[in-house]
Design a binder for this molecule. Structure first.
Ligand code: SF4
Ligand code: SF4
Ligand code: FES
Length: 281
C-alpha cells in the first residue's frame, strides 16, 4: 500500500498563518485565511485571466517584495501576503474610478436595481470610488436584440470578458466573442447578429457571471426590486438532472430563477431551468 503525501505550503495572510496546497494561487490562500479582494475578471470555473488587476496584493517571498495579481500568482512556502496596504487600496480605488468612467451611472444600473448590487458597484462602494472622478468615456451601447431572455446593455460593460470565457470554455456554445479593439471593443455574436441567429443556447451563464449590469435576465429586469427579493435554495423541477437553483420571490410571488453555484451543478442551467422553471412551480 502506498500513501500519497500531499505537500502543503505555509503562507501568512495579513498575519494569519494558514496551510494551502502546493499548487495554490495566492487568491486561494487569501480566501482560506478568511479575507477577500475584488476579483472583477475572475470566474473559478474558467480560471484566471489577470486582466482587471483589482486583485493586486503585496507579497513578500524569499526576501523580495512585489505586487502580484492574486488570481494568477502561485503561493510559495513562507510567503507573506498583505491584501490591503494603503497604496494598494488607493490603486484599487483608481482602477475602479477608471472603470466607472467607462460605464453609465450606478443609479440606473439594471442589476443593482432589480437583482442585487453588482460586483462593480459593490466594490465601488467599498472603496469609496466615485463615478465622476474622471471624464465619462461611455462609448458602448445597448444593442437592439429581439431575443426574449437576455438584456444586453453594454454601456455597463467593463471588458472583463467573463461572458465570452464562460460561453466558449464552459458552455462551449461559441455564441459571443470580443469585437473591435481598445476602448471601442464590444461583446458581439458572429457577424453582429441577434443572439437568436447565433449558436446561443440561452443557458444564462453569461448573465450570471457578468459582474455588472451589462447582461441581465430580460424576462424580469425592471419588474423586481433588489431589496425586496427573497432567494430560496431548491432543485430545478423541470427534469430529472437536479440542477441547483434559487427561486426568486417578492412579496410571496415567484419572479424568476438564479443558479445555485454551491450545488453540484456549479451554476450551470439549461434555458428551461434558467428562464422557465419558476413559471410552473
Ligand atoms: S446564454 Fe449561454 S450560450 Fe448564450 S451567449 Fe450566454 S453563455 Fe453563451
Ligand atoms: S458583458 Fe459583462 S461579463 Fe461580458 S465583458 Fe462586459 S462586463 Fe464582462
Ligand atoms: S481578478 Fe485577478 S486580475 Fe482580475
Amino acid at each position: 500500500m502506498t500513501t500519497e503525501v500531499k505537500r502543503k505550503l505555509n503562507v501568512e495572510v495579513n498575519g494569519i498563518s494558514i496551510e494551502c496546497a502546493s499548487n495554490a494561487r495566492v487568491l486561494e490562500a487569501i480566501n482560506e485565511a478568511g479575507f477577500d479582494v475584488p476579483t472583477l475578471c475572475y470566474d473559478e470555473r474558467t480560471g484566471a485571466q489577470g486582466t482587471c488587476r483589482m486583485c493586486l496584493v503585496e507579497v513578500e517571498a524569499d526576501g523580495n517584495t512585489q505586487q502580484v495579481a492574486a488570481c494568477t500568482a502561485f503561493a510559495s512556502n513562507g510567503m507573506q501576503v498583505a491584501t490591503h496596504p494603503d497604496h494598494i487600496v488607493d490603486y484599487r480605488k483608481t482602477i475602479l474610478e477608471l472603470l466607472l468612467s467607462e460605464t453609465s451611472s450606478p443609479t440606473t444600473c439594471p442589476k443593482c436595481i432589480s437583482f442585487k448590487t453588482c460586483e462593480l458597484h459593490e466594490a465601488a462602494e467599498e472603496y469609496n470610488a466615485k463615478w465622476d472622478a474622471f471624464p465619462s468615456l461611455v462609448v458602448r451601447e445597448k444593442p437592439e436584440d429581439a431575443n426574449p431572455f437576455i438584456q444586453r446593455d453594454y454601456d455597463y460593460c467593463i471588458s472583463c470578458f467573463r461572458c465570452t470565457n464562460i460561453c466558449n470554455d464552459w458552455e462551449q456554445a461559441g455564441a459571443i466573442t470580443v469585437h473591435g479593439r481598445g476602448q471601442e471593443n464590444s461583446i458581439a455574436s458572429f457577424f453582429n447578429n441577434d443572439l437568436l441567429q447565433s449558436s446561443c443556447t440561452f443557458c444564462g451563464q453569461c448573465i450570471n457571471t457578468c459582474p455588472t449590469g451589462a447582461l441581465t435576465d430580460k424576462k424580469i429586469v425592471g419588474k423586481t426590486r433588489a431589496g425586496d427579493l427573497k432567494r430560496t435554495k431548491t432543485i430545478c423541477p423541470y427534469c430529472g438532472v437536479g440542477c441547483g437553483i434559487h427561486l426568486l420571490s417578492e412579496n410571496g410571488q415567484l419572479k424568476g430563477t438564479e443558479p445555485d453555484f454551491d450545488a453540484p451543478s456549479r451554476g450551470s442551467l439549461c434555458v428551461k431551468g434558467q428562464f422557465a422553471s419558476w413559471e410552473f412551480v
